[in-house]
Design a protein around this ligand. Structure first.
Ligand code: HEM
Length: 237
């Protein structure tokens, strides 16, 4: 934790829950990234003598389910922690809360998309490939929205290893997305160029926002944390 003045951390029975929220958030981010990586590898039809495609597909499915399990835990510990009041509906309906409403709202959007992706994949045989694929495209929105949520609301964002972990997640997904786009070049050159530009712009804009926002002083207040909430949660950037 960083901050200019002394910070009072009230140690209560709810503190472990808040720490669990932070830890499960980071684990969910890594698992969701793993699911994205496996999904992208299977879409570029990656395979190797020692790495058949069914391994990638199995990984994709299992990492997605694990990511969901950790996100559910992340949401439950957030809701059960009673120092900052975050009711259950805030986990599903974006931008209605009082604690960092915008950044928490992005978490709700990512969670909703994640639920849609997983439920539709479980009933894929019944809903048809076309509709399933349409929903599955939203994975490209779910993952970055979850990343921005974590950076925007995370107490640990300025911590060096957390930043490095997030940067590694972004790097691997960006590289694989560019690879995926490059393979579609012969069929859709216009769309691929637009995709390339969009990805590069998103990374540049994300970096600029990170410097001016979560890594700059007073982000805790600017992101929508009341002073009473800062002291009781240790959320003090
Ligand atoms: C796909 C869904 C989600 C992912 C991958 C995710 C991931 C993360 C990550 C990486 C952090 C930063 C942890 C830190 O820096 O310590 C975080 C923070 C947080 N998330 Fe989520 N999250 C998701 C959805 C949600 C939802 C739906 C809620 C609503 C209840 C929520 C509530 C919070 C809160 C309150 C924090 C701040 C904890 C702190 O002060 O550090 N998240 N999340």
């Amino acid at each position: 934790m960083t901050g200019s003045g002394p910070v009072a951390i009230v140690v209560t029975s709810s503190t472990p829950l808040w720490y669990t929220t932070r830890a499960t958030g980071l684990v969910a981010m890594v698992l969701l990234t793993g699911a994205m990586v496996a999904g992208l590898l299977s879409s570029v039809r990656f395979e190797h003598r020692n790495w058949p495609r069914f391994v990638t597909l199995g990984l994709h499915r299992n990492l997605s389910l694990l990511a969901l399990a950790f996100t559910v835990l992340h949401v439950l510990t957030t809701v059960l922690d009673n120092f900052v009041s975050i009711p259950l509906q805030d986990a599903f309906i974006p931008f209605i809360g009082t604690y960092r409403p915008f950044w928490l709202g992005l978490g709700a959007i990512a969670f909703d998309l994640m639920l849609a992706l997983i439920v539709t994949s479980l009933v894929r045989a019944r809903m048809g490939l076309r509709s399933w694929r349409l929903v599955h495209w939203t994975a490209y929105a779910c993952w970055p929205v979850a990343i921005v949520h974590g950076l925007g609301t995370g107490t640990d964002t300025p911590v060096r290893w957390v930043l490095a972990l997030t940067a590694a997640c972004v790097l691997v997904v960006v590289v694989l997305t560019l690879w995926r786009l490059a393979l579609s070049w012969p069929q859709r050159p216009g769309l691929v160029t637009a995709g390339f530009v969009l990805v590069v712009l998103a990374v540049v804009a994300g970096g600029a926002w990170l410097r001016a926002g979560p890594l700059a002083p007073n982000w805790s207040t600017r992101s929508g944390t009341h002073s009473s909430q800062s002291t009781s949660t240790g959320a003090s950037k």
